[in-house]
Design a protein around this ligand. Structure first.
Ligand code: GLY
Length: 329
């Protein structure tokens, strides 16, 4: 059920505030929006659960949420099932250009890279931008030069599976089967196979500190130089002292809505993560109406998720749960 934001505010958890309260750690990851489940549900479930486990290894040892979300996203970047790192989708010209961002809630810190090539872990490069520079976002050749400076080894993320898909889609496009390409909304509704999802993780640690991380190859057949929502603060990735959010779907819509910023604002207004996720999806549906999904945590360890696409694989763990839950069973 999608709640209108006013309704969600009325139903808010009254114990949610911005001060006080003990911190329960929690983490949720997503494997992208679209029709990804039809591809290989078992592989997807294994991948997203492994990512949660990597994040939990950090959180259980009293570690920091920022390290937990990086660890989780690195697992997904190494798994060719997902559209991030190895296995990222190809541009119209047959190249892999990746975007990634990381956000740390307590200080509104943010680091991002856009259009990077030949990098194994764009999420770690984004974290280095946050920690080692005074900038927020590095793009293209400059970001790749920075990667070299940081000791990153060249890595070709192109897989044979993605190359075959690229050949097929490109041929269909050139033959005119996708002649309505500029009408992105219609195109993605009719051909959700273009939306090979982004990956993301959000977490809150036992100190009540929140963080978000998102990584993507973007969308199939994108123009060289196209940057999506992922590395834009408040679009694909955002974290504040109140919570953290990572989104997936068609970047062009989420950049216009600033979906993760609006979601964070809902937390600040007093909603908990489950209600904020539903409320922001309602807002997106009633404005740009493009394909989207979002995962969230709030600083009290509540988890939220919502999507308007056929699928959005996710897995999560909250302190006190017996095992990792996933929607892929
Ligand atoms: N959400 C991923 C992209 O549009 O680039």
């Amino acid at each position: 059920m999608i709640l209108h934001w006013r309704e969600a505010l009325e139903n808010k958890n009254d114990t949610f505030g911005t001060e006080g309260g003990s911190a329960l750690y929690a983490i949720i990851v997503h494997g992208g929006a679209g029709n990804i489940r039809s591809k290989d549900p078992e592989r997807i479930e294994i991948g997203i659960k492994k990512a949660v486990e990597a994040g939990l290894d950090v959180l259980k040892k009293d570690g920091r949420s920022i390290d937990a979300v990086e660890a989780a996203v690195k697992v997904l970047e190494d798994d060719p099932t997902f559209n991030a790192g190895t296995g990222a989708v190809l541009t119209f010209d047959g190249e892999v250009e990746m975007d990634a961002a990381i956000a740390y809630g307590p200080n509104l810190d943010f680091g991002a890279v856009a259009g990077v090539k030949n990098i194994r872990h764009p999420i770690s490069l984004a974290k280095k931008v946050m920690e080692k520079t005074d900038h927020v976002l590095l793009a293209g050749n400059g970001a790749n030069d920075f990667a070299k400076l940081m000791g990153s080894e060249p890595h070709d993320p192109t897989t044979q599976e993605r190359k075959k898909q690229w050949e097929k889609y490109r041929k269909q496009f050139i033959n005119g089967d996708y002649k309505d390409w500029p009408k992105l909304r219609k195109l993605f509704q009719e051909h959700p196979e273009f939306l090979h999802g982004t990956v993301g993780a959000v977490a809150v640690d036992s100190h009540g500190e929140t963080a978000a991380a998102t990584s993507t190859g973007g969308v199939f057949l994108k123009f060289l130089g196209r940057v999506g929502d992922t590395p834009i603060p408040g679009a694909g990735t955002y974290a504040t002292p109140n919570g953290a959010a990572s989104s997936t779907g068609l970047g062009e819509g989420m950049m216009r809505v600033l979906i993760t910023k609006v979601a964070a604002d809902f937390l600040r207004m007093g909603l908990d993560a489950p209600h904020a996720a539903e409320a922001v999806m309602n807002y997106l549906d009633n404005t740009v109406g493009t394909e989207a999904g979002i995962i969230m945590v709030d600083r009290h360890g509540e988890i939220g998720f919502a999507h308007n696409t056929p699928d959005m694989p996710y897995a999560y763990f909250k302190e006190g749960m017996a095992e990792i839950e996933s929607n892929m069973r």
